[in-house]
Design a protein around this ligand. Structure first.
Ligand SMILES: *Cc1c(COP(=O)(O)O)cnc(C)c1O
Length: 374
């Protein structure tokens, strides 16, 4: 194996680190695209660090493009956005560490509550008036108050002595990615019935919200007063009906290149052997950075404007690319994915290769990959 070396006397620069560059203009374009279909305010959902793209970067771009609300899982995530200077209303709805009620009131963050127990805990700890969205299970059995317990939740809310202010009602669509309004009809009906019960209990005015990206793009009957857009911000339409703008480009350096003869085994397990003399480039990202290890055949990444196949197993920190008769020096930039088209794969290509959804590709990018915004 003959390493590819720079000519004697060449000035060598340190390769740039693996980087995920978030593209705020694409986030803005996606907000406008959703706004063109859904004529209601938009909540920009930036959970899981903005679907891996940087919560603050995505939130800032979305708000600048007209998003009216921000959505997060945890009050602490909302506080980080407040501390960074974002002033729009924020809703936190999952509370994996329980609801920190005093923190929510101090930072002006609304919380969604989906059970009597959760509401009781909130009231017990509240030291001010907490703004609450009651969360109804609209057919997913994954969070939210079961329909059978809705009246009990409303009674508990009425008995809180003004410690909570019910300002909204939320649900979530289990089947919006089918892009068929018939698949949403049961959830829409439950949402209307749930809302009406809250109004009858004496609360209001209410902000009612049910749809996420797929519902917002495909079914106006789900829009109510607000749509919550997460995947769509970063260019993913779960219904696969609207082309959105890919909002990031993942690059990584070639860390080593070599000329190899026919019959060279590559990587752990020697699962690939070169058939002819060729060149290999090692690129400095691996499964610890979020490159899926289980991949269908035909995977490739872009170097020098050409698609080159991945060969052998994905390692923890590196992958190997067969570049044929092309010779790339150490430090050459490989593009793992991006919105560019042509030789550059998309996030959707990776999802297909890995037998998964685009969401897991972008949220799986590891902490070693540097984030930047352009
Ligand atoms: C993640 C999430 C969203 C955003 O969904 P996308 O399909 O990514 O737009 C909206 N609402 C809730 C409750 C969520 O958990």
């Amino acid at each position: 194996m003959t390493a590819v070396l720079a000519p004697e006397g060449a000035i060598l620069r340190r390769p740039h680190a693996p980087t995920l560059r978030t593209l705020p203009d694409a986030v803005a374009a996606n907000v406008r695209r959703v706004g063109a279909t859904a004529a209601v305010p938009i909540m920009a959902v930036v959970k899981a660090n903005g679907y891996g793209h940087g919560a603050l970067t995505v939130a800032t771009a979305a708000v600048a493009a007209g998003a009216d609300w921000l959505g997060v899982t945890d009050v602490a995530d909302g506080v980080a956005l407040r501390e960074a200077g974002l002033r729009v209303p924020i809703l936190a709805w999952l509370h994996p560490a329980g609801i920190d009620a005093p923190l929510a009131t101090a930072a002006g963050i609304d919380v969604a509550v989906g059970s009597v127990d959760e509401l009781r805990q909130l009231v017990a700890e509240a030291d001010g008036r907490v703004r609450v969205h009651l969360h109804l299970d609209t057919g997913m059995a994954r969070g939210g108050c079961p329909v059978e317990d809705w009246d009990a939740l409303l009674r508990t809310a009425r008995a809180t002595d003004g410690r909570v202010e019910v300002v909204g009602v939320m649900g979530h669509l289990p089947r919006a990615e089918a892009a068929d309004p018939r698949a949403n009809a049961a959830a829409v009906l439950r949402m209307r019935q749930g809302r009406d019960a809250v109004l009858r209990a004496g609360f209001g005015p209410l902000l009612v919200h049910l749809a996420a990206t797929a519902g917002a793009l495909t079914d106006p009957s789900t829009h109510f007063d607000l749509v919550r857009i997460g995947a769509g911000l970063v260019g993913i339409d779960p219904s696969d009906t609207v082309p959105l703008a890919g909002a990031s480009r993942w690059t990584a350096p070639v860390v080593h290149s070599a000329a190899v003869p026919a019959g060279t085994a590559v990587g752990y397990g020697s699962t690939y052997t070169t058939r002819v003399a060729t060149h290999l480039s090692v690129v400095g990202v691996g499964y610890a950075d979020g490159i899926p290890r289980e991949l269908a055949p035909g995977v490739g990444i872009a170097i020098g404007g050409e698609r080159h196949p991945l060969v052998g197993r994905v390692s923890m920190d590196q992958i190997v690319v067969d570049t044929g008769d092309r010779v790339y020096p150490r430090g050459a930039v490989a593009t793992v994915f991006g919105p560019d088209g042509g030789a550059v794969p998309s996030v959707q290509d990776w999802a297909r290769w890995a037998g998964t959804i685009p969401h897991t590709i972008v949220t799986g990018i590891g902490p070693r990959v540097r984030r930047s915004a352009a």
